[in-house]
Design a protein around this ligand. Structure first.
Ligand SMILES: Cc1cc2nc3c(=O)[nH]c(=O)nc-3n(C[C@H](O)[C@H](O)[C@H](O)COP(=O)(O)O)c2cc1C
Length: 224
């Protein structure tokens, strides 16, 4: 079949969110101007650059009661946010934090999660998450919409510090079987990423391989 107009797909459910999969889930923690912590999951999320590392997430507004999503408002207001990675073990608590709580509600408390301090940003991170990315706002974009009042936003941040639980490492590599990140599929479906295969690139020379892996070499970019 060919879907000429994605808005009129003719299927029982819109296939769109089930097509670009799997998506990682960025669990974004922020702090409001009044100092209330906020936590919400975003699967329109990804890493978008290496030097420096940058991430994006897309808060689509408005909230049911009107106004921008709290994660968006707080990131713009404070110019910073934290992305906590969601593991399979955290799936239920992640889901709980997606509920439409009022702006003054602390989702950490509602989901029984522990706040841990960050180093360079004021927002707390999720202590239970093995990876947390401290981010400084780079820019926010407003994309077009064809269904107002829906607002399509993209928030991009530079990763200025990484909390990495060494229990997910094996020989200095992130071990996917230990990490077990959760991935969003379509509808209300998810996957646990816990296995991998290694496929070397067909035509990279040793320098290109080193650059791809950003190897820690004496005198190299990372160590130097
Ligand atoms: C797995 C998952 C992924 C989600 N991804 C997004 C997303 O990419 N963009 C978005 O606007 N909302 C997304 N949501 C819904 C938000 O988490 C939800 O609207 C939340 O209440 C926003 O909270 P906030 O107002 O505190 O920012 C997602 C929910 C779940 C469960």
């Amino acid at each position: 079949m060919y879907i000429d107009d994605p808005r009129h797909h003719g299927l029982r459910f819109n296939p769109w969110k089930a097509i670009v999969v799997p998506r990682p889930i960025g669990w974004v923690s922020t702090l409001s101007r009044e100092g209330v912590a906020n936590l919400a999951p975003f699967s329109y999320f990804n890493g978008v650059a290496d030097f420096p590392p940058m991430v994006m997430f897309a808060p689509i507004g408005p909230k049911p009661e009107g106004g921008a999503k709290d994660s968006y408002a707080n990131a713009i207001e404070t110019q910073e946010f934290v992305v906590n990675m969601v593991t399979w073990e955290l799936r239920e608590r992640m889901n709980l934090t997606s509920a439409h709580f009022a702006a003054g509600v602390d989702e950490f408390e509602r989901a029984g999660l522990t706040k841990a301090a960050c180093v360079k940003v004021k927002a707390p991170r999720v202590a239970e998450s093995p990876v947390a990315l401290e981010c400084r706002l780079v820019t926010a974009l407003r994309l077009p919409t064809d269904a107002p009042p829906i607002e399509n936003n993209i928030v991009i941040g530079e990763v200025i510090g990484i909390h990495l639980d060494e229990r997910i490492l094996t020989d200095g590599l992130v071990d996917i079987a230990r990490y077990r990140p959760m991935a969003r599929l379509g509808y209300f479906d998810y996957a646990c990423v816990n296995s991998s295969v290694t496929i070397p690139r067909p035509d990279l020379n040793p320098m290109e391989v080193a650059a791809e892996l950003d190897e820690l070499m004496p005198g190299g970019r990372v160590s130097g």
